[in-house]
Design a protein around this ligand. Structure first.
Ligand code: SF4
Length: 97
């Protein structure tokens, strides 16, 4: 997953081992909690360079605690009405049926 399509980041603090790799690779997206050093998510839907950094962090996380998935509303953003279903372009001169 990469490029301009939206992605939602999720982290699993039950799996995280607090290595801090994600913070070094994507400091704008991830942090570590003061109390136990486990991952804290700063940006749920990173874009541009932050998105790429989050993907790298997910790929290199030693415990597999980071996931990037399409957001729940991603499909809705891409759907477009089928204009033919609504009769197509308005009739004009020379287009009478
Ligand atoms: S790289 Fe993975 S294991 Fe390390 S702190 Fe981040 S989420 Fe936790």
């Amino acid at each position: 997953m990469s490029g301009g399509s939206p992605a939602e980041v999720s982290v699993d603090t039950g799996t995280c081992i607090g290595s801090g790799q994600c913070v070094r690779l994507a400091p704008a997206v991830f942090a570590q909690r003061d109390e136990d050093g486990l991952v804290a998510l700063l940006v749920a839907r990173p874009v541009g360079p932050q998105r790429r950094d989050a993907e790298t962090a997910a790929a290199l996380c030693p415990s597999g605690a980071i996931r990037l998935v399409p957001p729940p509303d991603a499909g809705k953003q891409r759907s477009r009405p089928d204009v033919r279903r609504f009769g197509g372009p308005a009739a004009g001169p020379g287009r009478e049926r």
